[in-house]
Design a protein around this ligand. Sequence first.
Ligand SMILES: Cc1ncc(C[n+]2csc(CCOP(=O)(O)OP(=O)(O)O)c2C)c(N)n1
Ligand SMILES: [Mg+2]
Length: 723
Amino acid sequence: MAIQIPLDKDERMEKRRTNTSKDLGLSKLSPTQLIHAYRTMFTARCLDDKELKLKRQNKSFFQMSGAGHEAIQAAMSFHLRPSYDWFYLYYRDRTLALGLGQTPSDQLLAAVAADTDPNSAGRQMPSHWSDPKLNITSTSSPTGTQFLQAVGAAEASLRANSISEINNEEKGFYDDEIVLVCSGEGSTSEGEFWESMNTACNLKLPIVFLVQDNEYAISVPVEVNTAGGSISRLLGSFPNLLIRECDGTDFSESYRVCEEATSYCRKRNGPSLIHAHTTRPYSHSDSDDQKTYRTDEELVEETNNDPVLKMRKFLVQSNLMDLEKLEAIDLEITNTIDEIADEVLKQPQPLPETAMRHLYSEDVDPTSSIFDSENFPAYGDDRELTMVDLINACLSDEMERQPEMIIFGQDVADASREETLEEVDGKGGVFKVTFGLQSKYGKDRVFNSPLAEANIVGRAIGMAHRGLKPVVEIQFFDYIWPAFMQIRNELATMRYRSGGTFSSPIVIRVPYGGYLRGGGIYHSQTGETLFTHTPGLRVVLPSNATDANGLLRTAIRCEDPVIFLEHKHLYRQVHNKGRYPGKNFMIPFGKARLIRKGSDITVIACGALVRKSLEAAAIASKQYGVECEVLDLRTLSPLDMDSIASSVQKTHKVLIAHEDSLSWGIGSEIAARIADSLFPWLDGPVRRVASLDTWVAYAPDLENEILPQTSDVLEGILSLQQF
Ligand SMILES: Cc1ncc(C[n+]2csc(CCOP(=O)(O)OP(=O)(O)O)c2C)c(N)n1
Ligand SMILES: [Mg+2]
């Protein structure tokens, strides 16, 4: 077996040569532009030094430098069009952010956590760039989550191409726009990098991947992260991908490579990847000390390749500048940054009372009466339809209503090979919820994704940045976990972390739950509290066909990200069918439904436990003379505490019934809230009925034992009655 030997040290050094005197296409740049490039590079370095000083003085709270990466970024910014192209940057892209139009003040305001920080309004650490005017999308901290979002943003223009209503410059789509996504070499070890490469190459997307290789991921050297020590070598067999490697400390070489890579994408030849070798003269961040893992010799060697020093040398050797003039520029920039720092330090931090601001849309409130047409259904006919039918109908209505809406996920298309539809019916989802939608709205608006859940959610977030409305499907709740990083750290934080300037109002439909008889561990999962415990998300769990229709319409029309849980066991029941309620039927979030009145005990239920609670209540009434109220929560976040309160104040006893396992389930939170705010009205303990604290087993006898049954709810009711 052949073993590829990682690059040795000399080979790596060779990738960063010190020769800067060659003019590699720079004749296209005027002296003024070259000096401008130097000024941007020096400004970035100066900002790093200033921020480090502020941190040492306890006037800022974190520092992440971009030092060593200035040349490739300054060169790249010449080939980009702010407010036209789209940018997914990472924390070392200080020079790029400046090159795209950010000001030193924009960056320092983040360092001091000012209320007026345009990047995040004091929500994020500094160096997390964001600027909606320039199309710099909000940078987050997880390494690698930017890749799939960038793919989605690039794909948006491809999809828009086929949607005449939105394919225009007014909506921000241009024939030669590109998307730039940046990262370090370490982050390419994340699986999402490879997922994004797969889709970018498969769809020939206009996206430039700029990998800045400073040979370290904190203390971990490149040969540990990357097989063979070179990411560009590894990517050789990806189709349609232009790969270029360059000395990223050399402005002229970087300039030429960036020009080639961007124009390849602008011409729609496919994606490109630049592997730029850089240095890291400062430690990973201010909380790291690289002297604990890098030798003095290595660090001294790196200074020979310092991009700022090399650019100075280049300007002098090209007779564009003499040392005296350069020093004057340096002094002027240093003084200006000192002055700006003094100014930003006067800016107050956000007021404590604004801590909850920007979690959800402040313009569109899905709990409001605008989303309540529940009492005005417009029935077409008398047919009783299943939950699958009415979800499908809602999706179809909204596709018709919103040209920017798209649907994708695994198996959701009728047939990816469209021509087969002349002979076959089509798939339309493993539960057939999306059946017929591709045939009706075309393969560019309803399509299959690769078998990769992070890919689905990450791409959807990027598309939403561009104004598309993705309503995606994760095939089973049990398999949502690869997407959880995108859901929790990206989707849910987007609005908050950008101070309300970016959002990703996507809907994630997820078949969920057990009672399948044989569903086993991996086709019966619940666990909604992982999502209700994620600020910024809305979580919906309908129990019947009509509610599913009205709640889904609200989910699609609102501007918050929604996890829409569709109970598989309830998809095709006879007992929860409903009539098609018309194209404008909406149920607001946070509005529980009282489905049975009673005076003795309140049963709070959701999902499959709604039906079981009704059955138990009927038995309790008939056989024991106990009258229960049954409340169907319908949305878990927000939770309708008002309806819970008015029922508990009447019955004084509460049973919470849910399918998820008992401990840490939604019942724990509801019980805590009741104990806190309704204590004076209680005449008994708050009881819960739920699954055992284990996985749902395949054997039907075990499954029955593990999942809560009608008899369990009845037992809970009767035990409460005794108090
Ligand atoms: C998912 C995730 N894991 C770990 C971290 C902690 N972390 C932050 S930066 C970093 C190293 C990144 O290295 P690289 O991609 O090479 O970029 P560089 O910092 O060298 O420019 C790590 C491990 C993180 N932010 N996110
Ligand atoms: Mg690195």
